[in-house]
Design a protein around this ligand. Structure first.
Ligand SMILES: O=C(O)CCC(=O)C(=O)O
Ligand SMILES: [Fe+2]
Length: 212
């Protein structure tokens, strides 16, 4: 399906038992403008390369097509969406969601119920600037919690009003990044294409009901 040769497991990750780490004080919050924020917890999932390998095999990855400039084009990444309370494809993801609910529940006021999985096969796969505004994210503060597995890729963020600079987080190998507050409606995020030959990355995005 794609060239796996560039995927290199993290050296630190080799032989590490799979586990969901602590959150609490290990989470670093960066306040952005307009009431948006980003939380970062590096290496949240240990042994994440094993999880990556299982998801590569077990998830029914699908290509999507959409209209662009009056032509139907391939969306440059593979996808699989797990709707409200659908069984997740791996018990470690269920454990991760439970841990996210425990940590963020009091602040979010509701659980994470859906999981969007994306596979970026190489540096040519990407997602353009956008906010997750199909649902309530267009009007309400909310959270989108993203686990990154496999090859690190840049996740970039910029304010919609054009003020300020673009932020760039290299995320992979079990890192957790959470976008919160007004982030979906006042900021945009993207996974830019890379000219470098890069191995595959899987992104798991947990969202509350009605956020997409
Ligand atoms: O790949 C990622 O981490 C981000 C994906 C994303 O922004 C989306 O699917 O809405
Ligand atoms: Fe998004």
């Amino acid at each position: 399906m794609f060239d796996n040769a560039w995927f290199q497991g993290s050296l630190l990750d080799a032989d590490t038992p799979e586990a969901v780490g602590a959150l609490g004080d290990a989470v670093e919050r960066v306040a952005l403008s307009h009431g948006a924020w980003v939380d970062l917890r590096r290496g949240w999932i240990s042994g994440a390369d094993e999880l990556f390998a299982r998801l590569m095999e077990s998830v029914p990855w699908r290509a999507e097509r959409r209209m662009m400039y009056e032509r139907v084009v391939d969306v440059p990444r593979l996808l699989c969406f797990y709707g409200d309370d659908a069984a997740l494809p791996d018990p470690l993801l269920t454990e991760a969601r439970t841990a996210l609910d425990r940590h963020y529940g009091p602040e979010l006021g509701e659980p994470f119920t859906t999981a969007g999985l994306c596979l970026y096969r190489d540096g040519r796969d990407s997602v353009a600037w956008h906010g997750d505004t199909t649902g309530r994210g267009s009007t309400d503060d909310t959270m989108v919690a993203i686990i990154s597995l496999g090859t690190p890729r840049a996740l970039t963020l910029r304010p919609r009003d054009g003020g300020g600079c673009t932020l760039r987080y290299e995320v992979g190998h079990g890192d957790l990044l959470v976008m919160g507050g007004s982030c979906q409606r006042t900021w945009e995020h993207a996974i830019p294409k890379s000219a470098r030959p890069l191995g595959p990355r899987i992104s798991v995005q947990f969202r509350p009901r009605g956020v997409r």
